[in-house]
Design a protein around this ligand. Structure first.
Ligand code: CMC
Length: 486
């Protein structure tokens, strides 16, 4: 227990020690809390209890202990982790101790995925087996393929991806703790490893299917003799050519580097969702669906798509100042800038800038790059951005690369989520194996109505609902034809 003692503060000469003393001025009680890894347990505060003050709402639950209010987790650590470390002030990122720049230069996506999930770089034979297993788990069950096929051609590919993973859970009853028991993954490591390789293998197949639906083409079966990213490009792009068709190796390599850069980023919104949902012990397919849904929003994995829409709207370099003015007046958001953790340039965005040149050599220079460079340069000189420490993040350049490679805009988040699946799985495994998994159940501070008694409808004051949120404004399913009274 991290609470060292409960005592009153008496001494004015404080000998440094690794604790913090908190005085509750309502009661005079003080507690000394141990600091571990520069963090304190929020639960320590729950022992600070006080009687209700005069006129205080009973809903404040004051006698039951103080709560920590931290909407959006601005300064609350959700887990202890051994996977990824970010120094946001220096713009530094490492996985299991290895700097991201070294991994991007020397590793491959599947090797990095292994490192994230199992903690060490694989030996040669481990790496071969790992790759073989993943590339032989790329098939998607026939019935599931038919389900996926039923989606509309204009569905957002992320909707297809999320739905496919949610449905996949129904195709793996042996992997479902709700059916097989809470501790199946603790007692059977083989079962856990099997789900890991299956999920990694199927992520690319489902992604390619989402794309093929969008272009209204039949699905291409995966090929296990290709690399992870080659196979993805193959499944997306293979048409009527013989099976000897191979994607351009330079593009497969560029995508592999992008996948390394996107593989994990500690407690981002979607990985936190993975940990949160996983804490209920639901099956890993449902967890991946939930995490992917979190990634899909424009403030997270949808930002790369939003960057291109923004650059297209700006159109040309001379429109940059007008756009920046609108951002400063809070009428626009500069997508691809800013980060909850980085107060320096996102290190991934530096590597990605080099990948952009690699891709432009093959596919031609993306014309929006000039607008992007001018916008970035202007923002980095502007006090609004410098004072708020807003720098380019990974999404600023990734969208340009995907656009240059000819991927449709709405496919960009899919290219983010596929590699992020390895980070999700690393956190899922870490959580289950920690021996400390408890269901995630945040507190809330209730500020709503106090207790009151039910009023029968006849006794209620008549109110007409008007305005934007009024139900009368919502047409539901009723067409104008049906509004005519008989
Ligand atoms: N454009 C304009 N102003 C911004 C931006 C931006 N991109 N980002 C932050 N600000 C302002 C914000 O309005 C606030 O100003 P003020 O102090 O006047 O109220 C200040 O900077 C602090 O911002 P915040 O909203 O408190 O920061 P946050 O940590 O809650 O949000 C963020 C982080 C990434 C959601 C935000 O920077 C943002 O919306 N960026 C654009 C979307 C984006 O690029 N997302 C990708 C993030 S990286 C990859 C990933 O995580 O998926």
């Amino acid at each position: 227990m991290a609470i060292a003692s409960a005592s009153s503060v008496t001494s004015s000469v404080v000998k440094p020690r690794n604790t913090i003393t908190v005085v509750d001025n309502r009661t005079g009680k003080s507690i000394e809390i141990e600091i571990t890894n520069n963090s304190i347990p929020a639960t320590a505060f729950s022992q600070l209890k006080a009687p209700y003050a005069d006129g205080e709402r009973t809903e404040n639950d004051t006698p039951y202990g103080l709560r920590i209010l931290d909407p959006s987790f601005i300064n609350t650590a959700m887990i202890q982790s051994e996977i990824t470390y970010i120094d946001g002030n220096k713009g530094f990122l490492m996985h299991r101790g290895y700097p991201i720049e070294q991994l991007a230069e020397k590793s491959s996506y599947l090797e990095t995925a292994y490192l994230l999930i199992y903690g060490e770089l694989p030996s040669k034979s481990q790496s071969d087996l790992w790759t073989w297993e993943i590339m032989h788990h790329t098939f998607v069950a026939d019935d599931l393929q038919q389900m996926i096929r039923q989606m509309r051609y204009d569905s957002h590919p992320m909707s297809v991806f999320i739905s496919a993973f949610a449905a996949m859970s129904a195709f793996a009853p042996e992997a479902n703790p709700s059916l097989q028991g809470n501790d199946i993954y603790i007692n059977n490591k083989g079962l856990m490893n099997k789900q890991i390789v299956r999920i990694l293998g199927k992520a690319t197949t489902v992604a390619a299917m989402a794309y093929r639906i969008r272009i209204n083409r039949p699905f291409t079966p995966p090929r296990s003799d290709l690399s992870y990213t080659e196979n993805l490009l193959y499944m997306m792009d293979h048409m009527a050519e013989p099976n000897s068709y191979r994607p351009d190796p330079r593009l497969a390599k560029a995508l592999d580097i992008l996948f390394i850069l996107h593989a994990d980023h500690e407690m981002n919104c979607s990985t936190a969702a993975m940990v949160h949902v996983g804490s209920s012990l639901v099956d890993p397919y449902s967890c991946v669906a939930a995490a992917s849904a979190a990634l899909y929003g424009p403030l997270h994995g949808g930002a790369n798509e939003a960057v291109i829409r923004m650059l297209t709207k700006i159109g040309s370099v001379e429109n940059v100042p007008v756009f920046l003015d609108a951002v400063k007046q809070k009428k626009e958001l500069l997508f691809g800038f800013g980060h909850r953790v980085y107060r320096e340039t996102d290190p991934r965005s530096k590597v990605i800038r080099e990948v952009a040149d690699m891709v432009f050599e093959v596919c031609g220079r993306e014309p929006l790059i000039e607008v992007a460079i001018a916008l970035k340069d202007a923002a980095l000189k502007d006090e609004y951005f410098t004072s708020r420490k807003l720098f380019p993040n990974v999404d600023y350049w990734s969208g340009l690369i995907y656009k240059a490679m000819g991927f449709p805009l709405d496919f960009f988040p899919v290219l983010f989520v596929v590699p992020r699946v390895s980070g999700y799985l690393a956190h899922w495994k870490q959580q289950l194996e920690s021996g400390k998994n408890k269901i995630s159940r945040p507190r809330q501070v209730y500020v709503g109505k106090s207790r009151r008694d039910y009023i029968p409808v006849e006794a209620r004051v008549e109110r007409t609902i008007t305005g934007q949120n009024g139900l009368t404004e919502i047409p539901h399913y009723i067409s104008k034809r049906r509004l005519t009274k008989i």
